[in-house]
Design a protein around this ligand. Structure first.
Ligand code: GAL
Length: 330
């Protein structure tokens, strides 16, 4: 017969062993500048925990060196898998290389890490998002003067969006229906850059029909510049992320559409893949791969949705992404 203290010791060791066996997943996030990233973090943490793991999170405030240091710390702390939203699409390779030296697999989340032996990629179909934006606006205005405000050059998604936008716009440019009046990438994804680029054009001419912006912050800056020229609501504007500000602008008619990314599903897919990989199981992905310049990386690419004035209720509100009261707040 075992004594009570022996039984207690045994239960304690079993408990400690089960804690130790919980996979630890490190989530490295580039910054919290757009609302969506806090939602990504909250969902990711909850999903990892539901799947029996422990999630630790670090935010790099857009500094690639800080992100590398954060990765080193997580590697030293013994994470089983790293999930990374890279600050810089190529420099983040250093994270992958160091993690691999320590036998830690790396998944890139939302943004692809280029030119290295990345293990897995989870994102949305970003070329598809560019196509959705351009298709929507060109259906309303099949001809006219279009401005393009691209995303950050450090972010691979900026180039994919542009590919998608040009898939739609190029034939219309070639047949003379559409003229591109400005078109540039940005350094960040900031309101300020959206404002500057639009304002620069408006100083020269107010002849403009539509603006396709890489995200809602860039769109919001563009709308501020349009306002200064009394052009808000008269020019079509597309953004991305379904930020509250963008939804408010759509309600009052100053923005035409935004794109709603499936953050809950994205973070679930990443948590699920990370937990599986930590156990040596290959996540199922229907054989999708993306070429990151070095290898065909197994990937999961989810679909995004258009949000316009008519479907706000059916999309972001019904899915709990945004609360109705938030839209009404000034
Ligand atoms: C991109 C992402 C967008 C937007 C942007 C700014 O990588 O795809 O959804 O959030 O970063 O953070």
């Amino acid at each position: 017969m075992k004594s009570l203290s022996q039984i207690l010791m045994l239960s304690l060791s079993i408990f400690l062993l089960s804690c130790e066996m919980k996979p630890t997943i490190g989530f490295l996030v580039a910054n919290l500048e757009q609302e969506r990233w806090q939602k990504d973090i909250d969902n990711f943490k909850a999903n990892v925990e539901d799947l029996g793991g422990i999630a630790i999170v670090a935010v790099a405030d857009s500094d690639e060196k800080v992100q590398y240091e954060q990765a080193l710390k997580m590697i030293a702390d013994g994470v089983d898998v790293l999930v990374v939203v890279p600050v810089n699409r190529t420099k983040a390779c250093e994270i992958v290389k160091t993690a691999h030296k320590n036998s830690i697999p790396v998944i890139s989340y939302d943004r692809l890490i280029k030119n290295c032996n990345l293990d897995y990629h989870i994102s949305t179909d970003n070329i598809g998002i560019g196509e959705l934006q351009a298709n929507y606006l060109t259906k309303i205005k099949p001809s006219g003067k279009y401005g393009i405000i691209g995303g950050a050059t450090t972010d691979n998604n900026a180039y994919l969006l542009k590919l998608g936008q040009m898939n739609v716009l190029q034939p219309l440019i070639d047949n003379g229906s559409i003229e591109i009046i400005f078109d540039s990438y940005t350094k960040h994804w900031s309101i300020h850059e959206g404002y500057e680029m639009t304002n620069k054009y408006l100083q020269e001419s107010e002849d403009i029909d539509a603006i396709i912006a890489g995200n809602d912050d860039l769109a919001s800056g563009a709308i501020s510049a349009l306002k200064e020229h009394n052009l808000e609501g008269k020019v079509l504007v597309a953004g991305q992320d379904a930020d509250i500000e963008a939804i408010k602008n759509i309600v009052i008619g100053n923005q035409t559409i935004t794109i709603y990314k499936p953050i809950e599903s994205l973070s679930y897919a990443a948590a699920d893949a990370a937990i599986k990989i930590s156990k040596g199981i290959a996540p199922s992905n229907g054989s999708v791969t993306v070429n990151n310049g070095k290898r065909l990386v197994p990937a999961i690419l989810l679909q995004a949705q258009i949000v316009n004035k008519q479907n706000i209720e059916m999309t972001v509100i019904s899915e709990g992404f945004i609360k109705k009261e938030e839209i009404k707040k000034r």
